[in-house]
Unconditional design. Structure first.
Length: 174
């Protein structure tokens, strides 16, 4: 990850280690990736409309649906699952990353950096790690999957985030 300085999001523990999506350990995330691949078919990515809440019933509480704004330079949290609200310590639904930064300094910027890279690459991204002091103020561990969605099958207009989080090492998933 590009932000390796001793201040800002990395120091606060908000930027996890990026892993190859093939390294995902969590079964729910593997199912999410399989669903994304099934729905995209021979396209680079599926459209948002291709993946319904019914398709995601098993992990709906673990998602964030992010809308891409300003040509991929800003992002808005459109749908936020209950588990994500617990981990983030706030309901960021309807907020863009600049607004999130005002509530939790550095967090929105860290997300924006990852989302910009995902939009440019148009491929799934996966992350694993932990934070001693996450946005909720509590330590957590996680494995997360970020999946690009695009109405034209090529250009990312939404990002589907699926995250499995637990508070403390070995804790029960949220």
């Amino acid at each position: 990850m590009p932000n390796d300085d001793s201040s800002g999001p990395r120091r606060s523990g908000w930027l996890p280690q990026q892993i190859d999506p093939s390294e995902i350990q969590n079964a729910t995330l593997r199912k999410g990736l399989a669903l994304w691949n099934l729905k995209r078919g021979d396209r680079r990515m599926p459209a948002r409309a291709d993946i319904t809440p019914r398709d995601m019933a098993e992990f709906l509480r673990n998602i964030v649906l992010v809308k891409v704004l300003d040509g991929g330079q800003e992002f808005e949290f459109r749908v936020v699952g209950d588990a994500m609200v617990v981990v983030q310590g706030a309901a960021f639904q309807g907020m863009n990353t600049a607004e999130i930064d005002r509530q939790v300094p550095g967090y929105g910027s860290a997300l924006r950096e990852v989302y910009i890279r995902l939009c440019a690459q148009g491929e799934p991204h996966a992350f694993r790690g932990g934070a001693q002091n996450g946005p909720s103020g509590r330590p957590f561990t996680h494995e997360s999957l970020l999946l690009p969605l695009g109405a034209d099958g090529e250009t990312t207009d939404h990002i589907l985030v699926i995250g499995i989080y637990s508070f403390g090492p070995g804790g029960k998933p949220v």
